[in-house]
Write a protein that binds this ligand. Structure first.
Ligand SMILES: [Zn+2]
Ligand SMILES: [Zn+2]
Length: 361
C-alpha cells in the first residue's frame, strides 16, 4: 500500500510503499477510499504538537473505506462493509467509557495493539494508530463504524473528525438550547460544523467570527445569522451589540492558533454563559486572564472530539445528512490525489478551503 509520511516537521510529506502486517484477531483491514485533511494533521506538520504523533509518522486520522479482511474475533463489522474510522479508541471498560464519555477513554492507545507498518527501511507509526493518508490501514474493530452504502466516501470521511468535533461540541458538549444565542470564533472545517450544530439545535442568533470574508460567507452558508470580521471590528463588542448588550449564551473557540480568540470567547458571553474551547492550540500556548473574568458565574469547558460516542453519534450525523438537515457535500471544497497531499496543506494554510479531501481510490 501507499502512504504519505511526514519525516520531519516543516518538510513536505513523502509518498512511500509499505507492507502491511497480518491482522490480529480483533482487527480489521480497511481499504481507504477518502481521507479529510484536518488542522490537526497540519499542527503536526508545523511541529506545533510534539507530545503525540511525533514524526516520522503516516499522517491522517479522518478516513472512510471498505472492510477488506476481518480477524476471527471480529463481530461488529464484516468484509465489504463501508466504514468511517473513529480516531479515539474506546475500551468500553474504564470509568469514562462506562459513564458515556468514550471520547475520554483512559486506555492508552499503544496498549491496544498498534501494528506498525514496514517500508524497506523501518517500521512506521501511524497518526492516532490510523494513518488515513494511505490506501489501506489496519485498525481494531471498535473504531471501524459501519455506515450506509449510499453515503459518498469523501463526505463520510469528514464525519470521522471535523464534522463530529464541531457538531458534537454544539449538540453534545454544550447542549445548545433552541432560541439561545451562539458566537463561533473561526469558520474553518470545525467552526462551520459548530455553526451547523447550533443551527440544528435551533439557536438564534448564530454569530460567526473570522478574519477572512470568504470564511464568513461559508459561515452563513452553514447557518450563521450574523458575521463579524474581527480584522475590522472588536468581536466582543460586536457580539454584545448583537445580543442586546448582554453577550452570547454560548461561545465556541474553534480556531486553535493564537490566544486572543480564547479570551474573546469568554469575554463575549453573558452572565452564566458557557464558553467551549474546541480548538486544540499549539503546545504551551497560554491565555492571560483576569482572575475575576468568571465572576458572573461564567463557565468554560473543553471539548474533545465533540464528546462523541462514535457508534451512537456517527449514525445520528448521517441521518441528519440524509434528511437534508446537515451539510456534508458543501464541506468538500477540493479533492486531491494522495500524491498532492502537500498542495492540500498549502490550501489549508492559506484558508482557501472548508475541507480538502484526498481521493485514495
Ligand atoms: Zn475506556
Ligand atoms: Zn482532525
Amino acid at each position: 500500500m501507499k502512504a504519505a509520511v511526514l519525516y520531519e516537521a516543516n518538510s513536505p510529506l513523502v509518498i512511500e510503499r509499505f507492507d502491511l502486517p497480518d491482522i490480529a484477531d480483533d482487527q480489521v483491514r480497511v481499504r481507504l477510499m477518502a481521507s479529510g485533511v484536518c488542522h490537526s494533521d497540519w499542527h503536526i506538520v508545523k511541529g506545533e504538537w510534539v507530545d503525540i504523533n511525533r514524526p516520522p509518522v503516516i499522517l491522517g486520522h479522518e478516513g472512510a473505506g471498505v472492510v477488506e479482511e476481518v480477524g476471527p474475533a471480529v463481530h461488529s463489522v464484516k468484509e465489504g462493509d463501508h466504514v468511517v474510522l473513529s480516531w479515539m479508541r474506546n475500551c468500553g471498560l474504564c470509568e469514562m467509557c462506562q459513564v458515556g464519555y468514550s471520547n475520554l477513554c483512559d486506555e492508552p492507545w499503544d496498549r491496544r495493539g498498534q501494528p506498525h507498518f514496514e517500508n524497506s527501511e523501518r517500521p512506521m507509526k501511524r497518526m492516532n494508530a490510523l494513518g488515513t493518508f494511505s490506501t489501506e490501514t489496519i485498525v481494531p474493530q471498535d473504531i471501524a463504524i459501519p455506515i450506509d452504502r449510499e453515503i459518498p466516501f469523501p463526505q463520510a470521511s469528514l464525519v470521522g473528525c471535523g464534522v463530529m468535533t464541531g457538531v458534537g461540541a454544539a449538540l453534545n458538549t454544550a447542549q445548545v438550547q433552541a432560541g439561545k444565542s451562539v458566537a463561533v470564533f473561526g469558520c474553518g472545517g470545525v467552526g462551520l460544523n459548530v455553526i451547523q450544530g447550533a443551527a440544528i439545535a435551533g439557536a438564534e442568533p448564530i454569530i460567526a467570527v473570522d478574519l477572512l470574508d470568504n470564511k464568513l460567507e461559508m459561515g452563513r452558508q452553514f447557518g450563521a445569522t450574523h458575521t463579524v470580521n474581527s480584522a475590522e471590528l472588536d468581536p466582543v463588542e460586536a457580539i454584545r451589540e448583537l445580543t442586546g448588550g448582554k453577550g452570547a449564551h454560548y461561545a465556541f473557540e474553534a480556531i486553535g492558533l493564537v490566544p486572543a480568540p480564547y479570551k474573546q470567547a469568554i469575554l463575549c458571553t453573558r452572565k452564566r454563559g458557557l464558553t467551549v474551547f474546541v480548538g486544540h492550540g499549539p503546545d504551551n500556548m497560554a491565555i492571560e486572564l483576569d482572575c475575576k473574568i468568571l465572576g458572573p458565574e461564567k463557565m468554560v469547558i473543553g471539548s474533545m472530539y465533540g464528546s462523541c460516542r462514535p457508534r451512537l453519534d456517527f449514525p445520528r450525523i448521517f441521518s441528519l445528512y440524509k434528511a437534508g438537515k446537515l451539510k456534508l457535500d458543501e464541506l468538500v471544497t477540493r479533492v486531491y490525489p494522495l500524491e498532492a497531499v502537500n498542495e492540500a496543506f498549502d490550501a489549508l494554510g492559506r484558508g482557501e478551503v472548508a475541507r480538502s479531501v484526498l481521493d485514495l481510490t
